[in-house]
Design a protein around this ligand. Structure first.
Ligand code: FCX
Length: 434
């Protein structure tokens, strides 16, 4: 079938049974211990969440429903021959666990297009905000402005049976994801292009329409957008944006509330805002040292950043211990399309210099680059120069991952989250023997 909802609906009963059996057979088994360091360290490394859509290996990086990024570049349908994957294809995979064919992706694209129009009051809400409001604040507020449309909230109020929760959550997920290109591009056009909005093109796919409505019509920018929107979708469940979405959703707050919460987390400089920070940082390098600094000059610059008590943006990761494959695939894209771009050369120079310096500090667990070290330079090259907007593009993509999981969280009946906290007093009493 080319109807995503019915393909998904067929899968749900068997996965419900599977989870029941897991609980019955293994419910009382232990999965790893918890140390005091883990308690203090932001629950670091504690296995404590069920997340079906993707899994992160520290060395290998992300796998979406078992597939690596290079595998998906090969196997997911593309808009042009040998082109980048269509994010709708990944969405199908995340929701159903199955690779879609071209017809299924085309049907999903069409479904999203039919739901894409933004109600007028949303732009009015955005325009009422202070003109200096950061695009991420506007994006999160824009998602909340759509919340009155929530099918789940309305169904809950009417007393829907909990076995059916996934259905209106699916509808909210589709409606919200469908509207994100219009919402994001409205913010972009309001903030940077005098509010001159561009209509969606009924012949374009979801990611290409995002580029188109922002004002970028050429095919290569649209290809970049398809790749960008595919690779930022999901990074298992414990990262701040995924976990925040999951946590808030576990209280049965609808997808608009929970995704807005996730965006507020993505807006932090240690998470999604790092891509904006990387660009500002590269510009400082260029302003101070010119387009072609020497290795030694770059080394000094990195050390100066560290000594001033700041982090090197775009490097390090809480889970990964190797170069992020999301970085690697953007590097491949750059080598193909913009090998001589001075900013790409600068990014490459940092790749040569930064890891050994971070290793020398002796404390950074992962000295390698993450996704955010590369994305901004690609966007710059195609004329998307406003780095304050970059995290919005990350957020648009993240919706696909975290909301696909939200559908499954409700289908599987996952309960409200409630980890236990303790005071310092409790730790001291437990281990000091007093
Ligand atoms: N530059 C300088 N110091 C760094 C560093 C970096 N890039 N990465 C880690 N460190 C430091 C930490 O600040 C910590 O210092 P402290 O002991 O003085 O507090 C120490 O090294 C150990 O941290 P570590 O366990 O390696 O890393 P964490 O899990 O605590 O933090 C992040 C992970 C990603 C937050 C961290 O590496 C960082 O701040 N990186 C820069 C910001 C960034 O690029 N964020 C984007 C990440 C990502 F891919 C995304 O979510 O989008």
């Amino acid at each position: 079938s080319t109807d995503l909802k019915s393909v998904l609906a067929e899968k749900i009963p068997q996965q419900q049974e599977r989870l029941k059996a897991i609980k019955k057979s293994y419910g009382s088994k232990q999965m790893g211990g918890v140390s005091v360091d883990m308690v203090i360290g932001g629950m670091r490394g504690i296995t404590g969440l069920l997340w079906e859509t993707s899994l992160l290996d520290p060395d290998e990086g992300i796998r979406f429903r078992g597939y690596s990024i290079p595998e998906l570049q090969e196997k997911l349908p593309s808009a042009i021959p040998d082109g980048e994957p269509l994010p709708e294809g990944l969405m199908w995979l995340l929701l159903t666990g199955e690779l879609p064919n071209k017809e299924q992706v085309a049907a999903l694209s069409a479904d999203l297009r039919s739901r894409a129009a933004l109600p007028d009051h949303v732009n009015a809400t955005l325009k009422a905000m202070h003109p200096n409001t950061h695009p991420m604040t506007q994006f999160s507020a824009g998602v909340l402005a759509l919340q009155p449309e929530s099918t789940f909230a309305a169904a809950y109020e009417k007393g829907i049976n909990k076995m059916q929760y996934w259905d209106p959550v699916y509808e909210d997920t589709m409606n919200l994801i469908a509207k994100l290109p219009a919402l994001a591009s409205t913010i972009y056009r309001n903030v940077y292009k005098g509010g001159d909005l561009i209509e969606a093109d009924p012949n374009l796919d979801w990611a290409a329409n995002l580029a188109h409505q922002m004002g970028f019509q050429d095919q290569e920018t649209q290809e970049l957008m398809r790749l960008y929107q595919t690779i930022h979708t999901d990074h298992e469940g414990g990262n701040v944006s995924a976990h925040a979405t999951h946590l808030v959703g576990s209280a049965l707050s609808d997808p608009y509330f929970s995704f807005s919460a996730g965006l507020n987390g993505l807006a932090g400089p240690l998470h999604g805002l790092a891509n904006q920070e990387v660009l500002s940082w590269l510009f400082r390098v260029r302003d101070e040292l010119g387009d072609t600094p020497s290795k030694d000059q770059v080394k000094d610059f990195v050390w100066a950043t560290l000594k001033s008590g700041r982090v090197v943006p775009g490097y390090g990761h809480a889970v990964l211990r190797k170069t992020d494959p999301r970085y690697a695939c953007q590097r491949v894209f750059a080598m193909k399309h913009l090998p001589d771009d001075p900013m790409f050369r600068l990014v490459s120079l940092f790749y040569e210099v930064v890891p050994s310096i971070l290793q020398e500090t002796g404390k950074v667990k992962n000295p390698w680059p993450n996704v955010d070290a590369h994305s901004g330079v690609l966007l710059q090259y195609y004329g998307i120069k406003e780095q304050n907007f970059y995290t919005v593009l990350f957020g648009v993509s993240r919706a696909i991952g975290v909301l696909s999981q939200a559908v499954w969280s409700r289908a599987l009946g996952l309960p409200i989250e409630r980890p236990k906290s303790v005071t310092m007093d409790v730790i001291e009493k437990k281990f000091s023997g007093t």
